[in-house]
Design a protein. Structure first.
Length: 118
C-alpha cells in the first residue's frame, strides 16, 4: 500500500472507548493523529457503523481526548477514523501528545496550520 498520508501518526497503544449512539464500545487505540485515529474494530460493531465519539483517556492522568469521528477505512480487525470535530481542551492535549511523541513541535505546528487550526 502506498503512503499518501499528509499528517504524522503517533503509535499510541492504549484502551479507548468508541461511543455510538448510547452504546459504549471498549476497544484499543493503535495510533492517533491530528486528523483521526486507528483502532481495533470493536466486537459486535460493523466498521461502517463507527460514527460517534472516540474517547481516549491518557494513562496516569484525568485527561480524556474526545473527538467526533466517522469511519474512513477498515480492514477486518482495524478501523481508521476521521476526526470531524474536537473540542479545544482535547485539541490542546492531542497537540501536546503529538509534540512529545514526535519530538518536533515545529512539525505539529505546521500540520495544525495546514488544518487551519493554528
Amino acid at each position: 500500500m502506498s503512503e499518501h498520508r499528509k499528517h504524522s501518526r503517533v503509535p499510541f497503544l492504549t484502551g479507548c472507548v468508541l461511543v455510538v449512539g448510547r452504546t459504549a464500545h471498549p476497544t484499543h487505540l493503535i495510533d492517533i493523529s491530528l486528523k483521526g485515529a486507528l483502532i481495533e474494530t470493536p466486537r459486535g460493531l460493523r466498521p461502517q457503523q463507527a460514527t460517534g465519539m472516540l474517547e481516549v483517556r491518557l494513562a496516569q492522568s484525568d485527561v480524556t481526548i474526545r473527538m467526533r469521528v466517522v469511519p474512513a477505512h477498515h480492514t477486518r480487525e482495524r478501523t481508521g477514523l476521521r476526526c470531524m470535530s474536537i473540542d479545544v481542551d482535547s485539541m490542546t492535549h492531542l497537540r501536546r501528545l503529538m509534540e512529545l511523541n514526535l519530538g518536533d513541535p515545529g512539525l505539529v505546528e505546521r500540520e495544525l496550520t495546514a488544518l487551519g487550526r493554528p
